[in-house]
Design a protein around this ligand. Structure first.
Ligand code: ADP
Length: 632
């Protein structure tokens, strides 16, 4: 199980895993400067917080000291007015200390929230500049963890760690000074006793902590099962394979382990309390004993009040000492959190604007690949020596077996990736020299796995053009052949598409995304046709939707259907990352090469037909073509 430092709960402070110990970051001056630079905008509030901590720590010790006066001067001195005054003073001081405590926690949480607000926004902005490669190689959960738990961890650092170091140190100093003022022998005794409290606490805490960790691992597993099985696609799988009982057993088993762990954990807590309460009562008793001996045998000028003050102060020291003992771990963990976040912030975007990027006045959408080569990971070459030219207003169909590099090829045009060899031109300019935002605004892509946000159909359409009028929306939907469907819905444009558009069929989703791209009205249109088999009616609808997309517009079609292929001006046949054939349908069929092979597996030899045939609408090219891919 991997658990980031951000996943640690509050209850587990004080101990580190082996993994954490190994990964503990080196705390350098640069790191500290960087950590504290986040505080800079809020230094005034921070200074005020420090002041509050100082005052409230001093005030919180004062009532313990006043107890001595109450006993000696008020009670033994039989002075009622003084007694009342001391009592009132003590109450007032307690009240004030708590009042300042309120201000302190407000400021603290205000600062922490503002820092994490800045941090989240900066991270989000930065992550959006990251390239496609970052998102395909990094685990999505990991990215989300850094954005959420790690940043939350930082918030805890600011609210807990920093202020805890300060307030505990101050409390200890004040308490110790007060003790030494009363009697140095008892003060020294106290200083020896306090760590004795802390050690068994740590030991008991450690046992409990390892149980908590085990419980958390178990909990992660349970969450995993829930996420897997109670998601839409998970449930579909479970149902179709009849795995309900298996999944239930798995869940029940994990649940059972969880309760056993929880019971052990709560019992560990019981033992812990037995030890603590015994040990912690030894300290005061020792002070009473030694104080009494000093008073009775050595005629010290110690009073009952003094001894009471010392005992009270001793118990006040226990908490801060214990917390300070844990601080080191908190501190290292906090630095680890900051380091993890800085790691993300320091990542250079792989793809970004060059200096002085070109922004042409208008786009025609023409594309040229000049000896383009590409690999995701060296030396696994995906594209080899690709050259072609797509003139403005024309269209190209790319065909080839699955995995031949078709999608990779089109990803190079909007610079989702950059070519590793050769040059890609858009409107006769090297794409790397064009303004990235301008380039992408002029390219529309309809992908296979259409992504719709969970919202209404209207929201999804407006994403492309927020200022679009209702007429424009309807016009785009009509062209994309989806308007009849939308009109038939009780909520029309306001129909909720569901999580990732799951409430719609594949064909409907794709047509909505076509409408979305039509609203964007890009100079270059790229259409990645779905490989999934559609019935001929759906296919016809999609075809009718594509026509307005590509008519009089520069377009590239990754085609799986014969009808789409026939609509293009030129066909490129891709195999193993290379263009092996190119030309028109009839010529390619006549060549008897890869294209013919792909084509013949669909319709059988002898059934080869030219573009002038009705074959343009032969259903089935797609379905069996896809199946045939495995052999290709
Ligand atoms: P097609 O679109 O023709 O099906 P792709 O362009 O999707 O082909 O894939 C071409 C090759 O690149 C495949 O071998 C695939 O495994 C690989 N590939 C695709 N995406 C990535 C990626 N993000 N990282 C590494 N390899 C990838």
């Amino acid at each position: 199980m991997s658990m980031g430092p951000g996943g640690m709960g509050r209850g587990m402070r004080g101990f580190m895993t082996e993994e954490e110990k190994q990964q503990a970051p080196k705390v350098t001056k640069e790191l500290l400067v960087r950590v504290f630079s986040w505080l800079k905008p809020y230094w005034k509030q921070f200074a005020l917080t420090l002041f509050c901590i100082l005052i409230s720590s001093v005030l919180s010790i004062l009532p313990s000291v006043l107890t001595g006066e109450i006993i000696d001067k008020g009670l033994y001195g039989r002075n009622l007015p003084l007694l009342i005054r001391l009592i009132l003073l003590s109450l007032l001081v307690t009240f004030l200390s708590n009042l300042i405590g309120v201000a302190e926690s407000y400021l603290n949480s205000w600062i922490a929230q503002h820092i994490t607000f800045d941090m989240r926004n900066q991270l989000f902005r930065h992550l959006q500049t990251m390239s496609q490669r970052f998102f395909t190689t990094n685990n999505q959960g990991d990215i989300v963890t850094r954005m959420t738990s790690d940043v939350d961890g930082v918030k805890r650092v600011v609210t807990d760690t920093f202020s805890s170091i300060l307030s505990n140190t101050i409390t200890l100093i004040v308490a110790m000074t007060a003790m030494f003022q009363r009697n140095w022998i008892l003060a020294v005794l106290g200083i020896i006793i306090v760590p004795l409290f802390a050690i068994p606490t740590r030991r008991a805490g450690k046992t409990r902590w390892s149980l908590t960790r085990e419980a958390q691992a178990c909990n992660d597993e349970i969450n995993g099962i829930l996420n897997e099985t109670l998601s839409v696609s998970g449930q579909t799988l479970v149902k179709l394979f009849g795995k309900e009982e298996t999944e239930y057993k798995r869940y029940e088993e994990a649940n059972r382990r969880m309760i056993a762990l929880n019971i052990r954990e709560s019992m560990a807590g019981r033992w812990f309390r037995v030890i603590i309460s015994t040990v912690s009562s030894i300290g005061p008793m020792l002070l009473y004993l030694v104080g009494g001996i000093l008073m009775m045998k050595y005629n010290s000028d110690l009073t009952v009040g003094d001894i009471t003050v010392l005992v009270t102060l001793l118990s006040r020291m226990y908490g801060p000492v214990n917390q300070l003992l844990n601080i080191q771990v908190d501190w290292i963990r906090s630095m680890a959190l900051f380091t993890r976040i800085f790691e993300y912030l320091d990542m250079e975007p792989e793809i970004k604007n060059c200096q002085n990027p070109i922004i042409p006045a208008a786009a025609t959408g023409s594309v040229k690949f000049d000896h383009v080569g590409f690999y995701y990971e060296y030396p696994h070459q995906i594209l080899k020596d690709i050259s072609f030219e797509l003139n403005a207003g024309h269209s190209i169909a790319i065909v080839g077996p699955s995995g031949s590099g078709k999608s990779t090829m089109i990803n190079l045009i909007p610079r989702l990736y950059d070519a590793t060899e050769g040059t890609v031109y858009f409107d006769s300019v090297d794409v790397r020299k064009l303004d990235l935002a301008w380039l992408r605004s002029n390219i529309g892509i309809v992908t296979q796995d259409t992504y719709l946000f969970n919202g209404t159909i209207r929201d999804n359409l407006l994403y492309a053009k927020p200022e679009a009028t209702e007429e424009e929306l309807i016009e785009a939907c009509r062209k994309a052949n989806i308007y009849d469907f939308i009109e038939a819905q009780p909520d029309g444009m306001n129909t909720i598409v569901g999580n990732r558009g799951l409430k719609l069929s594949g064909g409907e989703k794709q047509r909505i995304s076509i409408a979305r791209v039509l609203l964007k009205d890009p100079a270059l249109m790229i259409f990645d046709e779905a490989t999934s088999a559609l019935d001929s009616i759906s296919e016809q609808k999609i075809q009718d939707a594509i026509d307005p997309l590509i008519e009089s517009r520069t377009s590239i079609l990754i085609a799986h259907r014969l009808s789409t292929i026939l609509a293009a001006d030129e066909i490129l046949v891709l195999k193993n990352g290379e263009i092996v054939e190119r030309g028109q349908h009839a010529d390619l069929v006549r060549q008897g090469g890869v294209y013919t092979e792909l084509y013949e597996t669909q319709f059988g030899a002898g059934n080869v037909s030219g573009p002038e045939d009705e074959a343009g609408r032969v259903a089935g090219w797609n379905a069996s073509y896809t199946e045939g891919e495995g052999n290709a």
